[in-house]
Ligand binder design. Structure first.
Ligand SMILES: Cc1cc2nc3c(=O)[nH]c(=O)nc-3n(C[C@H](O)[C@H](O)[C@H](O)COP(=O)(O)O)c2cc1C
Length: 210
């Protein structure tokens, strides 16, 4: 049951989030805060519950400097407290046995259902393009949760697609299994986000059929 207070809090968090580009460069996020943030982010839903995301957390100054040219000079990557590179897992089928093994042990799932799901997943992930699309989709969901969780913890964020993924892979020695989907800066705002508008529902919504 959602109370009006929960609704008001969530609405406030959603509507007050904006892409902040200027941060207090002196602010350091505590390890517990980073862990809490990523725990909340990782509670996002994912296809087959495969959690096709990994978080490459950049918090050290020299690593942020390395990120600067990769992000085409976007200063927020050095001024934010952390930058999270959200990586998609192209071989997420590998974790199916672990995830479902635990679910079977805890009685959340039958062995038959597990076997059925594992064979579906192996079929889907045999196609690399499909695996990449699936991972990208799921990374978007965790990124959104990360941004809302950060806002609720008193932090601001900016999602970034403006970076060179190949360079990131090389510089940060990302294994072949993973590919960069998005960067998210997280920190204490030094300047508010530029206001942004949205299209009206009239333009966005199609009821029942085109
Ligand atoms: C996938 C994605 C990529 C983005 N890439 C960048 C970026 O590289 N640099 C940047 O400053 N903002 C980037 N943004 C932020 C958008 O410009 C911003 O979300 C949009 O203008 C709406 O503003 P708001 O987030 O403040 O509501 C990106 C947003 C998304 C969702």
């Amino acid at each position: 049951m959602v109370t009006s207070t929960q609704y008001d809090v969530l609405k406030e968090i959603m509507l007050s989030r904006g892409s902040v580009k200027k941060y207090d460069a002196t602010h350091v996020m505590k390890e517990e805060e980073i862990n809490e943030l990523l725990t909340l982010a990782s509670s996002a839903p994912s296809s087959w519950n495969l959690q096709q995301w990994r978080y490459l957390v950049i918090s050290k100054q020299e690593q942020k400097q390395k990120m600067l040219p990769i992000a085409y000079g976007q200063q927020q990557v050095v001024e934010a407290s952390i930058v999270v590179a959200i990586l998609g897992d192209l071989e997420a089928y590998r974790t199916a046995h672990q995830i479902y093994g635990e679910a079977v042990e805890r009685g959340f799932m039958t062995r038959e259902l597990r076997d059925n799901l594992v064979s579906q997943i192996e079929g889907a992930y045999a196609d690399k393009t499909r695996a990449q699309m699936d991972a990208t989709l799921n990374c978007g969901l965790t990124a959104m949760q990360l941004m809302l969780a950060a806002k609720s913890m008193g932090y601001d964020t900016c999602p970034m697609g403006g970076f060179n993924p190949q360079k990131l892979v090389t510089e940060f020695e990302v294994p072949d299994r993973y590919f960069p989907v998005m960067l998210v800066s997280v920190g204490k705002a030094a300047q508010p986000a530029r206001p942004s508008d949205r299209l009206s529902l009239n333009e966005l919504v199609i009821r029942e059929t085109f």
